[in-house]
Design a protein around this ligand. Structure first.
Ligand SMILES: *[C@@H]1O[C@H](CO)[C@@H](O)[C@H](O)[C@H]1NC(C)=O
Ligand SMILES: *[C@@H]1O[C@H](CO)[C@@H](O)[C@H](O)[C@H]1NC(C)=O
Ligand SMILES: *[C@@H]1O[C@H](CO)[C@@H](O)[C@H](O)[C@H]1NC(C)=O
Ligand SMILES: *[C@@H]1O[C@H](CO)[C@@H](O)[C@H](O)[C@H]1NC(C)=O
Ligand SMILES: *[C@@H]1O[C@H](CO)[C@@H](O)[C@H](O)[C@H]1NC(C)=O
Ligand SMILES: *[C@@H]1O[C@H](CO)[C@@H](O)[C@H](O)[C@H]1NC(C)=O
Ligand SMILES: *[C@@H]1O[C@H](CO)[C@@H](O)[C@H](O)[C@H]1NC(C)=O
Ligand SMILES: *[C@@H]1O[C@H](CO)[C@@H](O)[C@H](O)[C@H]1NC(C)=O
Ligand SMILES: *[C@@H]1O[C@H](CO)[C@@H](O)[C@H](O)[C@H]1NC(C)=O
Length: 362
């Protein structure tokens, strides 16, 4: 018994060492950790066009239903039109639907690209889609018998890499970042507010020596915590990273995520014409009728706020923060408080260990 207690960890460490030595970036993202993933989710890719283009062209290329989703992901004003120019090498964040399948994540059936004269799979992957996907992957997923032989007019599914897995126990937004030449895990980590160890583990590599330029790297973006209920119609789309916003509840509510706001989702009335409702429901907080959504009042005991908690086809839910006057901060509000995420990086080290064990068990 004593020996087996020690043999297993040793084996695991040895295996992980061996794995990390043999690992190479594949351009595919892991997706579908048992019990720690959703099968589908929204993911992001960072697209950098090789030639000047427009937001409208990018929307078409990536088959994004609404231009607004691109504006939201890039913190661009709603007045931005599809004709707005995008310069070469400017990076545009594009939301894509993600599905975990067979251990990897791929964009759900989109985008679909129609082969034009002079195209090769390599050109489509590296130039048109900016290196977000490997040409071998397009070939494999479209079951093309000969990668050198594609026909003009042929329709190809471009399987963009994505993931829905938690990272270090946190629900995150996965972002496909195309690695620039001479970059390093440390530089990328600093740019996206993560750390080099997390990036290395997530991508199954051991360090900078295995970081390949022009390959997509899976970067976990921390999302703002929100009070949106899990049964709300927008439960899955309110997971927003720093520097993005989302218009929700039939266009009645605008929520945004800024790291400077303590990583807390901030929502208020959008002041737009609602889509399916004749008018927007009043956004007074349930339980404090003088408090509106997005308002924070100061009471003699401290601040009290009214936050957005999702919507149903009939109403907008709100959450009133605990009354600071009732007790020593430990008391919870009247029933409808639902904090979805509780960022706690203190468990990180333990979770990294767990993740390591997991990799080894596979
Ligand atoms: C799966 O999605 C639900 C709501 O859409 C969310 O509450 C849950 O945290 C997600 N789980 C993971 C592992 O992302
Ligand atoms: C699943 O992935 C493995 C290895 O990654 C591969 O050999 C197998 O063919 C894949 N199965 C399907 C159904 O794609
Ligand atoms: C960019 O423009 C050049 C010159 O017009 C052209 O040869 C090249 O194919 C274009 N690249 C893409 C990805 O469209
Ligand atoms: C992360 O950065 C630290 C300090 O620069 C370095 O010692 C460590 O080896 C790096 N880890 C990886 C996995 O690159
Ligand atoms: C939604 O949240 C409630 C309470 O927090 C929980 O009991 C329930 O299991 C959750 N449902 C889903 C589908 O996550
Ligand atoms: C959040 O995004 C803003 C720009 O929108 C950027 O200036 C800031 O550095 C980011 N903060 C973090 C922690 O990522
Ligand atoms: C920031 O948020 C955390 C929890 O998300 C909370 O514990 C902390 O008090 C907040 N800090 C400030 C300054 O509001
Ligand atoms: C509360 O919110 C309403 C509507 O968003 C706004 O008109 C009002 O000025 C806010 N009041 C305070 C005290 O912030
Ligand atoms: C709201 O949704 C419920 C079930 O999801 C449905 O029974 C009801 O008819 C819907 N109400 C309206 C006004 O659409």
């Amino acid at each position: 018994m004593e020996t087996s207690r020690f043999t297993l960890p040793f084996l695991l460490v040895a295996t992980s060492f061996f794995l990390s030595l043999s690992a190479q970036m594949t351009g595919n993202f892991k997706c579908g950790k048992p019990r720690d993933s959703n099968t589908t989710c929204r993911s992001l890719v960072g697209y950098s066009p090789k030639n000047a283009t427009t937001y409208g062209n990018i929307q078409t290329l990536f088959a994004v239903e609404k231009l607004r989703s691109i504006l939201e992901a890039n913190n661009l004003p709603l007045s931005t039109t599809g004709a707005q120019r995008v310069n070469p090498n400017q990076v545009v964040r594009i939301p894509i639907p993600c599905t975990c399948s067979n251990g990897t994540g791929v964009s759900t059936g989109v985008p679909v690209y129609t082969v034009k004269q002079g195209d090769t799979l390599f050109f489509i992957a590296s130039e048109i889609f900016g290196g977000l996907v490997r040409f071998q992957r397009i070939s494999e997923m479209n079951k093309i018998p000969d990668a050198n032989d594609i026909d003009i007019g042929q329709r190809l599914w471009i399987p963009l890499p994505c993931s829905c897995d938690k990272v270090n126990g946190q629900v995150v937004v996965h972002y496909a970042h195309v690695v620039k030449p001479e970059s390093s895990l440390g530089v990328i980590a600093a740019q996206f507010g993560t750390d080099n160890t997390t990036l290395a583990q997530l991508n199954g590599i051991s360090g900078d020596a295995q970081l390949l330029a022009e390959f997509p790297l899976d970067v976990p973006l921390r999302a703002c915590s929100s009070s949106v209920r899990n049964n709300s119609l927008d439960a899955s789309s309110m997971l927003l990273p720093n520097g993005s916003y989302s218009i929700t509840a039939n266009d009645c509510i605008r929520c945004s995520c800024e790291a400077s706001n303590n990583w807390t989702l901030s929502c208020e009335a959008a002041q737009l014409k609602p889509t399916t409702w004749p008018t927007c429901p009043p956004s007074q907080c349930q339980g404090a009728e003088n408090l509106f959504l997005g308002n924070t009042t100061s009471t003699s005991c401290g601040p009290r706020s009214c936050t957005y908690a999702g919507y149903s086809n009939q109403t907008i839910f709100t959450t009133l923060s605990p009354d600071p006057c009732s007790g020593s901060g430990g008391s919870r509000p009247s029933g409808n408080y639902a904090s979805t995420f509780s960022p706690s990086f203190s468990f990180m080290v333990v979770l990294i260990q767990c993740a390591l064990f997991f990799v080894c068990l596979l």
